[in-house]
Design a protein around this ligand. Structure first.
Ligand code: SF4
Length: 219
């Protein structure tokens, strides 16, 4: 954040994961984000399961009208809802007692595929229409700040992690060669980065929006 704070003025800054509540210093990240970008809408996007590990979080968010916890419900199975219920109640008590903002939304209705298969067997779509892939992409306006650099989107930013874990097939090599924006870039490079729409890398994603149902995550 420090590397970019004087050059970027995001309308919205989201703390995302994986799952951000796994990080023991999440509350400090919230405060740090606010110090670096005081005018941004600050979103903490979480599945909610570990909110109870962060009792100082509502205090950090209290009195901030531009901060909000977004609790994403990943599945509609009754056992999922049963397991989540105590932390939903906790979040509602924070809203009531600290006056913080929260939104609860059904993300399971909107999952779309970024690749074929999963794990070792995942493969890029490469259906030959990167412009359509970009136009149908839910991540097209969500650049990522990761390891001090700016990445076009989450699927490109975290592809290397998937490769490290699953040893992906050679068809991913062109996409693993993506180069994020370095903080030493010029102003022209910075402007060019944010003006770019589809790129050759978008060929890895499907040209048509493809919804799918996530398998029950708690099993
Ligand atoms: S590579 Fe392009 S189409 Fe795929 S997620 Fe990133 S921005 Fe979207």
């Amino acid at each position: 954040m420090k590397l970019w704070k004087s050059r970027l003025h995001p309308h919205t800054f989201s703390l995302v994961g994986g799952e951000p509540t796994i990080h023991p210093e999440l509350t400090e990240f919230v405060s740090l984000t606010r110090r670096n970008w005081p005018a941004a809408q600050l979103r903490l996007v979480t599945n909610g399961f570990f909110l109870h590990r962060h009792p100082a979080l509502p205090v950090a968010l209290q009195g901030d009208p531009n901060a909000c916890i977004y609790l994403s419900i990943h599945h509609d199975a009754p056992e999922y809802n049963d397991k989540l219920r105590p932390n939903l109640e906790l979040l509602r008590s924070w809203v009531r007692d600290y006056g913080i903002r929260a939104q609860i939304y059904n993300s399971f209705k909107n999952w779309t595929r970024r690749y074929h298969g999963s794990g070792h067997a995942m493969e890029p779509f490469e259906d030959g229409r990167p412009r359509q892939s970009w136009e149908n992409c839910p991540s097209r306006y969500c650049p990522q700040l990761f390891e001090g650099k700016i990445w076009k989107c989450a699927p490109l930013a975290y592809l290397k992690m998937q490769d490290d874990r699953y040893r992906l097939s050679d068809s991913w090599k062109p996409y693993l060669s993506y180069q994020p924006l370095d903080p030493g870039c010029s102003d022209a490079q910075l402007a060019d980065f944010f003006n770019r729409e589809e790129e050759t890398f978008c060929a890895m994603c499907p040209a048509k929006r493809m919804r799918f149902k996530l398998p029950m995550p708690l099993r």
